[in-house]
Design a protein around this ligand. Structure first.
Ligand code: YOG
Length: 134
């Protein structure tokens, strides 16, 4: 049985989100707002089908995918760059590779104890966020 990410998760901590946003080319004013946010994630997982909705008072973002199936991602409201994305299992982690203009772009989610982790990667920057069940 793979990990079950289903549920609603609230951000409780964030490490080097600033560095990740700089690597993505997000402007100063937007970064100042973005780093104050406490986004909520709602995971819907049915077998290998996922939807991850990230909402905040400022911007929101929805991604839907099936494990192993490449899809076009528009990152609308984030950095707005298009990329080709694919998500695969790595043990109990889901690992997304986002191929496009930015090198080494992607993210990994996993559950540790009662917490949901998200590692965000872009160029040489890594940000780690922790979420707790709502
Ligand atoms: O999540 O890719 O769960 O898509 C990354 C923001 C901030 C907007 C957040 C809005 C990157 C301004 C999504 C934050 C910075 C800054 C709430 C992370 C870009 C713009 C949407 C992400 C994955 C994995 C699913």
């Amino acid at each position: 049985m793979p990990a079950d990410f289903n549920g609603t998760w609230n951000l409780v901590s964030s490490e080097n989100f600033e560095g990740y946003m700089v690597a993505l080319g997000i402007d100063f004013a937007t970064r100042k707002i973005a780093k104050m946010l406490k986004p909520q994630k709602v995971f819907k997982q049915d077998g290998d089908s996922f939807s991850i909705s990230t909402t905040s008072t400022f911007r929101s973002y929805l991604v839907e995918f099936r494990i192993g199936e490449e899809f076009e991602e528009d990152n609308k409201g984030l950095d707005n760059r298009k990329c080709k994305s694919v998500v695969n299992w790595d043990g109990d982690k889901i690992v997304c590779v986002q191929t496009g203009e930015k090198k080494n772009r992607g993210w990994t989610h996993w559950i540790e104890g009662d917490d949901l982790y998200l590692e965000l990667r872009c160029e040489d920057q890594v940000s780690t966020q922790v979420f707790k069940r709502a």
